[in-house]
Write a protein that binds this ligand. Structure first.
Ligand code: IPM
Ligand code: MN
Length: 371
């Protein structure tokens, strides 16, 4: 298969983790005889520095003409610390989501055998957890009218949803549930918010078309608690933009690190694949950031084109790296490996079909020849 992939490394650790994802895509291309071409483009703080615009026209063109987009991370402390900044890096990502009509952000959450024992949560609580969050991505409070009164003493953000916006992601979530364990949990705040009541009404109506899917409802405050108390109850979680943003960071604790979680954003045009983590500016350029979320985002990209064996190869290699503790400091404080080392191990494991190349004893001693 030939794919033109727009690569938007963005800010902070974005470039270094994206580089590892490309390394792995090249490995897959080599092994399976695909041709992946990459076109780099700027977004976020780096784009503001170069052009004054967090999402330059050229970047939009590159994305619209590509088959898929691989995205790194966005954000820079110099803007976080300045609430008066008129132009912000995050506007680049939000505008990109809107321009490309990326209305559904799909965030899978599973546990890794190699990490389950060292989680902040009890092993018996998180064991068997396997769910996916369908987060609405182009509506709600993120995109509603924003106002600051002239005297600067009052601010407003409007949260609105239309039934069309609810329906299109709800259909995707129901279809996903049909292919999984056939349970869909709608997370909202229907006891307080009008927009949530519309979500409940529409999703309940739509559920009649998916009679084999069990629909449940949870208020978001309760959902936040249930995620930690009993995460294995969930199969597909459907929710609006901001609730999904918050709950997915919370859920990353179940996996072991936010550096492990990938996502796919799909909609009307080119699909985008990105880690759920931010730009982690403290780690920028230090070669310590976890590349796994970026690498698993590349796996989701391949799945999007039905390259499922290829994606499975990546996931198996990631599992192996975690099992062998070939991990960055967020997972392995002692004897940790660098961002590039982890990427190289995953690459070599994918190429080493018979597993003859790696030597577990050497890896345990930190002397492996393949990293
Ligand atoms: C995410 C991020 C973004 C969001 C930020 C960077 C705008 O936190 O993708 O989850 O809030 O959607
Ligand atoms: Mn977020």
């Amino acid at each position: 298969m030939k794919l033109n992939i727009a690569v938007l490394p963005g800010d902070g650790i974005g470039p270094e983790v994206t580089q590892q994802a490309i390394k792995i895509l090249d490995t897959i291309a080599e092994k399976y005889n695909h041709t992946f071409k990459y076109l780099k483009a700027d977004v976020g703080a780096i784009a503001i520095d170069k052009t004054g615009n967090p999402l330059p026209e050229e970047t939009i063109d590159i994305c619209l003409n590509a088959d898929a987009i691989l995205f790194g991370a966005i954000g820079d402390p110099k803007y976080d610390e300045d609430p008066n900044a008129k132009i912000r890096p995050e506007q680049g990502l939000l505008a990109l989501r809107k321009k490309l009509g990326l209305f559904a952000n799909i965030r899978p959450l599973t546990t890794f055998n190699g990490l389950i024992h060292q989680s902040n949560l009890k092993e018996e609580v998180i064991k068997g957890t396997d769910f996916v969050i369908y987060r609405e991505l182009t509506g709600g409070i993120y995109f509603g009218d924003k106002k600051l009164s002239d005297d600067g003493k009052m601010a407003t953000d409007v949260c609105s949803y239309s039934i069309d916006e609810i329906d299109r992601i709800a259909h995707l979530a129901f279809k996903a549930a049909q292919k999984r364990r056939k349970k869909l949990t709608l997370v909202d705040k229907a006891n307080v918010l009008e927009s949530s009541r519309l979500w409940r009404k529409r999703v309940t109506e739509l559920s009649k078309n998916y009679s084999n899917v069990k629909l449940e409802y949870l208020f978001v405050d309760n959902a936040a608690m249930q995620l930690i108390l009993n995460p294995s109850q969930f199969d597909v979680i459907l929710t609006e933009n901001m609730f999904g943003d918050i709950l997915s960071d919370e859920a990353s604790v179940i996996a072991g690190s936010i550096g492990l979680l990938a996502s796919a954003s799909v909609g009307d045009k080119t699909a985008l694949f990105e880690p759920i983590h931010g730009s982690y500016p403290q780690a920028k350029g230090k070669n310590i950031a976890n590349p796994v979320a970026a690498i698993l985002s590349a796996a989701m990209l391949l799945e999007h084109f039905n390259l499922n064996d290829e994606a499975e190869d990546i996931k198996a290699a990631v599992d192996k790296s975690i099992e062998l503790n070939i991990s960055t400091p967020d997972l392995n404080l002692e004897n940790h490996f660098s961002t590039a080392n982890v990427g190289s191990f995953i690459r070599d494991f994918i190429l080493d079909e018979d597993n003859t190349f790696y030597n577990k004893n050497n890896i345990d001693l930190g002397q492996s020849t393949i990293i």
